[in-house]
Ligand binder design. Sequence first.
Ligand code: ZN
Length: 449
Amino acid sequence: MRVTTVFSRLLRLPGVWVRKVRFEPERVIVEVALRRERLVCPECGYSTAARKDTRPENSVWRHLDLGVWRLEVHCRRRRLWCPVHGARTEGVPFARPGAEFTRDFECLVAWLATRTDKTTIKRMLRIDWDTVGRIVKRVCADELDPDRLNDLYEIGIDEVSWKRRHNYLTLVADHRRGKIVWGCKGAGEKAADSFFAELDPELLADPYPEHGEIQPQSRDAGEREKREQPVGDRAAKLRAISLDMGHGYAKSARRHAPQAVICIDPYHVVQLANQALDEVRRGYWNELRRIGDQQAAKRFKDARWSLLKRPEKLTDTQAATLARLRAAGGEVWRAYELKEATRGIFAPGLQIDDVEILIDRLLSRLARSRLEPFVRLGKTIRKHRDGILAAVRLGINQGRTEALNNNVRLITRRAYGFHSAKAALALVLLTCGPITLHLPHELHALAIG
Ligand SMILES: [Zn+2]
């Protein structure tokens, strides 16, 4: 068998044949030629027989490694004139437009990025982290289903901090599917507005029809018009929107989907209770250190995860620590019980009447707790009681939203090293969105089968 035939079989690059194989120190260069005669625009697929000029473009893509060898695919490409995109170098079936890697290589990078850490990927594939970011963006744009915003009924809008403080991403979760379906840079009302604008783009042309049309003498008419701002087709399907306890998202949600019930995401309620517990624990720890009990202070610092994790998820050592804390009693143990009671109002299988009783019982316990952070928690819960009950009534599952949120937070931490927020968003969508990623060999098997 000739070496070009061997490489043709080994690489399985679609739409090309192998002209020549060259070995250089540390890399193999495979020269290929396109099978098709017509030139295709890489952006839109427009095809033509006419070349724009005779100047060829020598292009290089990195492919999956061959054992210890780095493998490069070289191809001479022609240029065409696309009526939409102008002068372009012709597209190739084995790589995405603008990519310096083959689809197979990018597919492996994307799969790994959703599953493992930065150092592993960089070392294993010999690429830098920003390159991973660019690949992840391309794969996400390619794989994300454009129809994923159809048929949304219960959604959650939430922010997650990215990189440094005050750098946020806003994410929209589809509660039914338990997936993140949309995201943008930034937080608050504006970010939610841009979600609704993308949900119903036909309203985008004039999102605030009342602007500039209100005559001074007809302020009432103007007010009415403002209230009757048209609701988009897809926004009109929303039954419930769950939010944190801030104001920004709520304002936007009420304006764009006035029929939807605004509820409080159970995840945030439990998160607040966890923060209150941590405050009490820290206060107690500082107190121990102040009175010079270093040994106890050290033991206590390690107790953090025993307290914050769900009891059913504790390791044996953590469970033992928790038992010691129970035996010791005191305010930290009381704080722990209050945190668990807060989580308890979202326990699966409770009827709404039971939850109402539980929440009121909890509120009076919190008010009498004599623990400042929990008294504050009680006030916040009281203020949002209706929204919390609405979440329970609509079946927004605390365990599921918490799992999704924890996953999102893990991924955004992995994305810290990216320079662009778009790359961070792409990684969140690839990992938590409605996308199934496959490995190169699985894709080839699917293509053959
Ligand atoms: Zn084009």
